[in-house]
Design a protein around this ligand. Structure first.
Ligand code: GAF
Length: 383
């Protein structure tokens, strides 16, 4: 990523004038709590140091001009008044969706020139699209002096823009992580009520590392399969007579799992079992983090992977290979992170094992890319 003055100069080259400011929003990994957000459950992501950056200047002629410094598709020009769900192709649909949603919510926001660049791996399951949405929402609202929108409100607006304008039935975890995470912390979020809690997570101080392994595969059925899992969860909740799977009645895990007998088929039972047990795993990881027992979260992460692979069935051979290889080489725990069907895995390791386990994973899946990461800052103004 270039320095600030080079980025500013690039904006001037593209748009012919100076930007009014620049903002950044990060990608995320999810430590634990997968496919629980749209079930009103718990999640625990943290922000990556990888960011999407936006330099921006307002326009008064109703045009939205968007350019990515990372792609060679030129400048895309859209008329703000013509924005409508389902009409914008390509990556620009994410920022267009945000502007459309802000205007739908009654905010008087007009045209803009925006130049983006990003270090968030695209297609790696690390929320590059949420970073793009959140940086756009923060830049537009701060530049226009929009008041009364919290970071969580911004995340909800971005989620709803993705649901409505882009047509993807995602939950609110990724946008919340990008908007609300803070340096050095994971964010424990109770999605019902959107109650967030910043949880200190200093892996290095405990002699640990978290390795992110991007498999660099995305299986083509991913989008449809996500919606199908979500619909299955909603059907299971309806069959059990609860508002969301978060509400499966229980006083203890055994009772909750016994409730599954009321479901009509094995598919719904598996989906429900994953959500019920995954919510418990989030609470377990939260307790372990707060007790300073970071090594002990390893087996909980691994159990989460098994549940996503066997019950929720959203893993894939490449993710399983990374997880199995890392565990066989001595990792403390490993799991896929994000929606699944490709993307990335996280691997918790002793600091001393970094080279050895990293090399084992690379040898097993040579196309993969890996980096060690720490919880980093959420969205912010740069200048
Ligand atoms: C994707 C979605 F965008 C999130 O809302 C979440 O459901 C996740 O998959 C699975 O936990 O990243």
């Amino acid at each position: 990523m270039t320095d600030d003055s080079t980025f500013e100069a690039a904006f001037k080259d593209v748009f012919g004038g100076a930007p009014e400011g620049a903002w950044a929003a990060p990608g995320r990994v999810n430590l634990i709590g997968e496919h629980t957000d749209y079930n009103d459950g718990y999640v625990m992501p943290f922000a990556l140091p990888h960011i999407t950056r936006a330099a921006i200047a307002r326009r008064d002629d109703g045009l939205l001009r968007l350019r990515s410094a990372d792609m060679d598709d030129g400048t895309v020009e859209l008329a703000v008044a013509d924005l409508a769900p389902g009409t914008t192709p390509g990556w620009v649909r994410y920022p267009a969706a945000v502007l459309w949603s802000l205007r739908q919510a009654g905010h008087d926001i007009g045209g803009a020139d925006i130049l983006y660049d990003s270090t968030v791996p695209v297609g790696g399951g690390l929320s590059s699209s949420a970073a793009l949405q959140v940086v756009t929402a923060l830049a537009l609202t701060e530049l226009h002096g929009v008041e009364g929108l919290s970071r969580q409100d911004l995340a909800l607006l971005c989620q709803s823009s993705e649901n409505t304008y882009v047509g993807a039935p995602v939950g609110v975890m990724d946008q919340t992580a990008s908007a609300c995470c803070t340096d050095g912390h994971a964010l424990h979020l109770d999605v019902r009520g959107l109650v967030g809690r910043q949880v200190p997570l200093d892996l290095s101080a405990e002699g640990l590392r978290l390795l992110v392994v991007d498999t660099r595969v995305k299986h083509s059925h991913a989008d449809g399969a996500y919606g199908e899992r979500r619909a299955g969860c909603e059907a299971a909740a309806a069959a059990l007579g609860v508002a969301a799977l978060r509400d499966v009645p229980h006083d203890g895990l055994a009772a909750a799992l016994a409730a599954l007998a009321a479901l009509p088929d094995d598919r719904l039972r598996r989906l429900t079992r994953h959500v019920v047990t995954e919510n418990r795993r989030v609470e377990e990881v939260l307790d372990l983090c707060e007790a300073g027992r970071l090594r002990d979260i390893g087996p909980v992460l691994t159990a989460g992977h098994a549940s996503l692979r066997d019950d929720f069935q959203v893993s894939c051979p490449e993710l399983d290979l990374v997880v199995d290889t890392a565990l066989a080489a001595g990792a403390l725990g490993a799991r896929m992170t994000g929606g699944g069907f490709g993307g990335s895995a996280i691997v918790l390791i002793e600091a001393d094992d970094e080279q050895r386990i990293g090399a084992a994973v690379s040898a097993a899946l040579p196309q993969s890319r890996q980096f060690v990461t720490t919880p980093s800052a959420g969205a912010r103004r740069l200048w």
